[in-house]
Every structure is written in C-alpha cells, then in structure tokens.
Write a protein that binds this ligand. Structure first.
Ligand SMILES: [Zn+2]
Length: 297
C-alpha cells in the first residue's frame, strides 16, 4: 500500500515540485518519485510505501551485512571501511563525552556499541531487524530493543544518542525526534549522520546515486534542510563533520548501478574529486555527521 504525503515533514507546507525519478537499483527495480517542498526545499519520496509494507524492500541479507561474509573485492573494501568507520564514529562521540549512557538507534549487529562499551560507555541499542538484533544481544551481549518508543520511560537518561544513517529510513520522523529529545540528558548530544543529496557525487550520478537508495531512504537531506529540520524540531546544530570515506563507497556503488560493473579506479578518483569539491567549493560532503543538542531557551 502506498502512502501519500500531503504536508512537508519538515515545515508542514503543502506545495511540492517533482525533483527526480529514481529506480530501486538494489532490490525491487521499482521507480519512485522524489519531490521537493517549495518552501523549505526538503526532498522526500512521495508517494512512499506504507510502514507496514516497507519490510519487503529490506528483504536481502546483503542489506543487513552489506556483503561482509562474501570474499569479493567490494566486500573486503567494505569490511576495511567498516573497521575504520567504527573508530571514526567513536572519535566523534569521544569529543563530546567519555562516559555515561549511550544509545545507538539502528545499531545493527552492535559492533559500534561493543567498541563504545570497551571504552567506558554504558550502552544500549535499537534495531528493528530481528537477525541483527539477536546477534547484537547474544554475540555482543548488548541490551537491544526493536523500537525506539519502548525506551520512552528512560526520560533524560542518555548523554549520547547516535543514528548512523538511520534518520533517512524512519517513517515517523516527528515521533522519532520527539523521543530523542525526551531521552537526552539536558546537556546530551544527538549525533545524526545522513547522506547529502547536494554533494558532488549526488549531482554527478543523479538517478544512479547509490545513497538515494529508494524506497528505503524516505528523505534526501542537504546541509540546509538538516539545519531547518533541527531548528524546527527544537535542536541546535553544534557542529557538522564530513564522512569522507562515504564518497568512495557511494561512488563505487553508483558506478556499479550506472555501468553494471564496479570501476574501482574511477570510484577512487570520483571519491577524491567529491571530497575536494566539498572542501574547496563548499558543495558539501557525500555524507555529513550533524552534532545536535537540545535548544536552550
Ligand atoms: Zn517544507
């Protein structure tokens, strides 16, 4: 069943323009329309599969593991990138605190949480995928629930809440952000990493840009619209940090969608180019980490 969006999820206005039609290159091969709010510029797929229907678009082991069990070059690169990515994520968290309760929403198999636990944090997670959740619970020994709303009675307890490429997946954006606000300590930080649909690689690959990932990605943020969303929902942006490795990984996947094969050299060059453009021309990096705090009145 399809769900039609009548009010912009960020500003509530009702006038949209068509932005881009994108195919689900990863799984269903279906086409989806990305629309743009005429007032705040927020981009989102419309119509979109209802929450009850979205599950079938995730029915691939590869989506959960991103192919880490396979031994091909792409998977090995991804495994290596994941190792550095966990360390990088931890460095971001460490900048704002060294201990306390940390919640990772969309924690997957729990590797990041496990690393944080070893480094002084009391950790818990939210993961809707049963297989990944069970793995995090049994193999990584982490307390994980399947829904964020189940934690609502832990009001004001978390000094750090992280969502690494999760916000673009949630149907109930308002409810999710309200819950995050409720769970944070007054001086806590909310770390949200999202792809940037204004980056050089997004504009270069257009409908083949892997981070559109429709219909799993419901929203297609830019630096400006993330700032607007944060302000409207009562957050302050403390800092933005680039995720430079994403430019390479996203270019590699995009190249595969566009040409049918992964061109590693080209992806490397485009990744470097995207990061250069982001730095020198201010186009914005392929993925950006936003550090948010509760707005002080
Ligand atoms: Zn809007």
């Amino acid at each position: 069943m399809e769900e039609i969006i009548f009010c912009c999820p960020v500003c509530g206005k009702k006038e949209f323009s068509d932005y881009l039609e994108v195919q689900d290159h990863f799984l269903s091969k279906e086409h989806f329309l990305i629309q743009k709010c005429n007032f705040c510029g927020f981009r989102f797929i419309n119509p979109r599969p209802a929450k009850s229907e979205i599950g079938r678009y995730y029915q691939s082991d590869e989506y959960i593991s991103h192919g880490v069990k396979k031994n091909d070059f792409l998977s090995r690169i991804y495994g290596l990138a994941r190792f550095f990515s966990i360390k990088n994520k931890f460095m971001v968290v460490k900048k704002y605190g060294h201990s306390g309760k940390l919640l990772d929403v969309g924690c997957g198999t729990g590797e990041f949480l496990s690393y944080c636990h070893k480094n002084g944090w009391e950790v818990s997670g939210v993961e809707p995928n049963e297989k990944a959740r069970k793995y995090a619970q049994t193999k990584n020994n982490i307390s994980v629930t399947d829904q964020l709303s189940l934690l609502n009675d832990h009001s004001g307890l978390f000094s750090c809440i992280t969502m690494w490429h999760v916000l673009e997946h949630v149907h109930d954006l308002d409810e999710t952000l309200e819950t995050v606000k409720n769970l944070l300590t007054p001086d806590g930080v909310f770390v949200a990493a999202v792809p940037n649909s204004n980056s050089w690689d997004a504009l270069k690959y257009q409908g083949y840009w892997a981070a559109y990932d429709v219909p799993r990605h419901l929203y297609h943020f830019t630096e400006v619209t993330m700032h607007t969303l944060a302000a409207r929902k009562g957050f302050e942006v403390l800092e933005t940090i680039p995720q430079k490795l994403d430019a390479y990984y996203v270019s590699m996947l995009s190249e595969k969608y566009l040409t049918g094969r992964a061109n590693y050299l080209k992806s490397l060059i485009y990744g470097i180019w995207s990061n250069c453009k982001a730095k020198k021309k201010g186009m914005g990096y392929s993925s950006i980490i936003f550090i948010l705090s509760l707005k002080r009145r």
